[in-house]
Write a protein that binds this ligand. Structure first.
Ligand SMILES: [Zn+2]
Length: 127
């Protein structure tokens, strides 16, 4: 693992690879690299905390990722169900009431119906 400092003229928001917070890249970007491959940017706050703090944050992230990987494996092994919940029915009812008053509501209702039909077809949804 290396942290390389780069001159930057791109002032976009990025997510810190270490702490996960969004931050704006400044004139100097701290890039997290592994075997010379760019992995992500590191925010100024994490850089300021120093090596031990960054190590601890990455260690905590590794533990979280291992747990998330276990949850994902469990999800993949079980069936995935899409449930069209009651709130969607409430949304449909609301759109029906609104459509006479607002043309956008009618278009939104069509989009919602088309979306739900795609989901139902793709996932064999049980209502
Ligand atoms: Zn950070």
């Amino acid at each position: 693992m290396d942290i390389r400092l780069l001159a930057s003229n791109v002032f976009d928001d990025h997510r810190c690879y270490v702490c996960g917070h969004l931050f704006e890249l400044g004139h100097v970007a701290a890039a997290y690299e592994r075997d010379a491959d760019w992995i992500g940017y590191i925010c100024d706050a994490c850089v300021a905390l120093g090596e031990q703090a960054v190590r601890l944050s990455l260690y905590k992230k590794a533990i979280w990722l291992e747990a998330e990987a276990a949850r994902l494996r469990e999800d993949v092994e079980n069936s995935i169900q899409v449930k069209i919940s009651a709130c969607v029915e409430h949304m449909r009812e609301y759109m029906r009431r609104e459509r006479d008053r607002d043309a956008r509501a009618a278009r939104a209702e069509e989009e919602i119906e088309a979306y739900l039909e795609r989901v139902e077809r793709a996932w064999s949804v049980k209502k």
